[in-house]
Design a protein around this ligand. Structure first.
Ligand code: NAP
Length: 325
């Protein structure tokens, strides 16, 4: 009961800070990441793009823009190259809504790269659709793109992250959301939203599931010198909002209001950059960040038993669709 009240209270605080861009902080770390190889999913626009731009400025050895819109990613790569002088920006095709395409991306990446230092799971959707949409693999869109796809990506890239972690821990950074706090209960049997569907609940559920994966994997990965942390970028004015059907319908009224209330993508990217570059986070794992500070994820997200169950169920769902895990 007390933990439920604490969660409600944290949720209210989360909502207030979520809606005010004034609470955003600039990344306090000046650290550079000379020579590091980074993958950022969904980096053809907004938060992912701003993160790539800043990491390029900080000397990354290679940044792979893992995107489903390859043409947009090519343009972004050129833009970052000319703005930062860092020429090691590589667009690659990666669609998280298909396990086959994720595997194809990883095969392509491994055939041309022998290391990976930082994996940033940034791509995500909030489609606002009143009809449950399924991916080609048959899973509800939010759960596959925001949770199952990134989990499969982590598992396929794990050997390379471990191999690259000899001198310094490799990092997995999961862009989740304070929206995970909206889940006050988690019906794991309905992970795929077959018995009940609501788009906002699907989004929150997918972010809670991603938090739980981090809770489950953190103690296992740290033994191999790999860290995994999650973060909320705050409320950011991005296409996540502007493409939401209700906002889209009343865009002339809602967009200016949202734009004035929410953070810019550059401000939103600060915590992602912080989690990627800050040297004191080398051995920090299984933690949640917001505004470049460690904070507690919801008590549900930190529940180890639930984390184990969610991980096992998610693995089983992926295994149903793929031959190699
Ligand atoms: N904006 C916020 O206030 C906020 C708050 C909390 C958390 N977040 C999280 O921050 C992350 C970035 O969101 P954003 O606000 O920058 O949203 P956004 O502007 O909508 O960008 C989302 C990115 O994910 C990509 N993506 C979507 N589906 C994909 C798929 N199937 N395969 C590969 N890439 C895909 C998009 O690519 P396309 O261009 O091809 O669609 C785009 O590059 C998300 O995980 C989101 O949940 C955002």
């Amino acid at each position: 009961m007390i933990s439920l009240l604490v969660d409600y209270w944290r949720f209210i605080i989360g909502c207030i800070s979520y809606l005010t861009h004034w609470f955003g902080v600039k990344c306090p770390s000046e650290a550079r990441i000379e020579g590091k190889v980074v993958i950022i999913t969904g980096s053809n626009r907004t938060l992912g793009k701003e993160t790539a731009l800043e990491l390029a400025r900080r000397g990354a050895g290679k940044i792979v823009l893992a995107c489903r819109d390859l043409e947009a990613a090519k343009l972004v790569a050129q833009e970052i190259q000319s703005e930062t002088g860092n020429l090691n920006i590589v667009p690659m095709y990666c669609d998280l809504s298909s396990f086959r395409l994720i595997k194809q991306f990883v095969d392509d990446f491994i055939s041309t790269n022998d290391r990976l230092d930082i994996l940033i799971n940034n791509a995500g959707i909030s489609n606002g659709s009143t009809q449950r949409k399924a991916t080609i693999d048959g899973y509800e869109e939010h759960i596959q793109i925001n949770h199952l796809g990134p989990l499969y990506l982590i598992n396929l890239l794990k050997p390379l992250l471990i191999k690259s972690s000899i001198s310094c821990p490799s990092r997995i950074i999961f862009v989740t959301s304070s929206a995970h706090r909206c889940m006050l209960r988690f019906n794991i049997d309905n992970l795929n939203s077959t018995s009940f569907y609501h788009p906002s609940i699907c989004y929150c559920k997918s972010k809670l599931a991603a938090e739980l994966i981090s809770t489950h994997l953190a103690p296992k990965l740290i033994e191999k010198n790999v860290t995994i942390n999650t973060l909320c970028p705050g409320g950011v004015y991005t296409d996540l909002f502007t493409r939401y059907p209700t906002v889209d319908r009343y865009s002339s009224i809602l967009c200016p209001i949202l734009q004035s209330l929410l953070r810019t993508p550059k401000m939103g990217s600060q915590t992602i950059v912080y989690c990627a570059v800050e040297p004191s986070l080398d051995s920090v794992t299984g933690k949640h960040f917001m505004d470049c500070r460690q904070t507690l994820a919801s008590s549900l997200a930190r529940d180890k038993n639930l984390a184990e169950k969610t991980y096992q169920l998610s693995i089983n769902l992926i295994k149903k669709s793929v031959n190699q895990f």
